[in-house]
Design a protein around this ligand. Structure first.
Ligand code: F6P
Length: 354
């Protein structure tokens, strides 16, 4: 088999498990296939800098605690769209050619892009027309990349949500309060849904489903028999705002807590989990899929297969066309398993008919 040089990079918001993918790619490519592996720093930005921010990755350099470590040893970025690169003076320049030329001059035979749906879209636009072979590995706590059941980082975030609800449950019980936990998820309610079910929430509000704040208050009164009693509500950051709430931006959880206290007379507090969901060590399942994805990505490049997203589907590691991955964000299916489970448990998830 031909010896290749491949590049690996992380792009978009970080999450737990990115280092585990980098380690798997390096171990499989450098260790078992004896290829050269380079890491590009800070997503595509490392290719725009002079000198280029690239590091050689060897089996030795990824040994030790890397798989366990949070964040990404390569750094990442959510900024600096190379097609409309922002200048200090407010101007924008198309620097996409520079990214492509940098990769070509380094002489890579393939690239592994570890990213979410936005990064897949970006690198599809950059690399596919340039004829640079590449494969994507899905990562995001939001779990909103189409084509894969699960993305790297998702279950670690779910674990943090579930653990937070465990902690909120005891203080909620002591004070007989409503505890609102606002979690990430701008477009998709996966974290809220999975974390809420796992953490025993009484209500879960997600962007995909409309809710009625009065009906939610009535639900709380029903489960608490209209007297102070602990209640756990999980709200995705992208959930609809209560009617009449004219504030914009973050703090939807705070607003829901305010409206619920007013309607139920039960004291309500809000906790915003924020970036805690992205930090720290990956849980076992994320280490497993990160490792499987990394190995599969290298195997695809070994077969000269390009333009695929590595995916987890029904317990099997496979791959799908990158065109499928760029149709996101993927939303929680209204007729799906978690909605059915939540409804079966009597969790209020909004106004669904049928
Ligand atoms: O895309 C993942 C995500 O975690 C979203 O759920 C959240 O809105 C966003 O990143 C926050 O990103 P930033 O790091 O820019 O604050």
């Amino acid at each position: 088999m031909t010896k290749k040089t491949i590049a690996v990079l992380t792009s978009g918001g970080d999450c737990a498990g990115l280092n585990a993918v980098i380690r798997a790619v390096t171990d499989h490519a450098a260790g078992t296939k004896h290829w050269s592996v380079i890491g590009i720093k800070n997503g595509h930005l490392g290719l725009l800098e002079k000198p280029r921010q690239i590091v050689r990755l060897t089996v030795d350099s990824v040994r030790g605690d890397l798989m366990r470590a949070g964040g990404t040893m390569l750094g990442t970025t959510t900024r600096g769209d190379p097609f409309e690169f922002p200048g200090a003076d407010g101007s924008v320049t198309d620097r996409s050619g520079e990214v492509v030329n940098a990769l070509k001059s380094v002489g890579v035979d393939g690239v592994v892009v570890i990213g979410g749906d936005g990064s897949m879209r970006l690198f599809h636009r950059l690399l596919t027309p340039a004829g640079i072979p590449w494969v994507g590995v899905p990562k995001t706590i939001d779990n909103d990349v189409p084509g894969t059941d699960f993305a790297v980082g998702f279950f670690s975030a779910v674990d943090i949500v579930s653990d937070s609800l465990d902690r909120l449950a005891s203080t909620a019980a002591s004070h007989k309060r409503i505890m609102v936990l606002e979690v990430m998820g701008r477009d998709s309610g996966y974290i809220a849904m999975f974390g809420g079910i796992a953490g025993g929430a009484d209500a879960i509000l997600i962007p995909e489903i409309e809710y009625d704040i009065d009906k939610l208050a009535a639900h709380i009164n029903k489960i608490t028999h209209a007297r102070p009693s602990p209640v756990l509500i999980v709200v995705a950051e992208g959930a609809h705002r209560p009617p009449g709430d004219r504030r914009t931006g973050g703090d939807v959880g705070q607003s829901i807590a305010f409206h619920l206290q007013k309607r139920t007379n039960i004291e309500a507090r809000c906790t915003v989990l924020g970036h805690l969901q992205r930090g720290g060590s990956p849980i076992a399942f994320d280490r497993l899929i990160a490792s499987s994805f990394g190995v599969h990505a290298v195997d695809l490049l070994a077969q000269n297969i390009s333009g695929r997203l590595v995916a987890w589907q029904r317990g099997i590691v496979t791959d799908v066309r990158i065109e499928e991955a760029v149709t996101g964000p993927r939303l929680v299916p209204i007729n799906g398993e978690t909605v059915k489970t939540a409804r079966g448990l009597g969790i209020y998830i909004g106004e669904l008919t049928g």
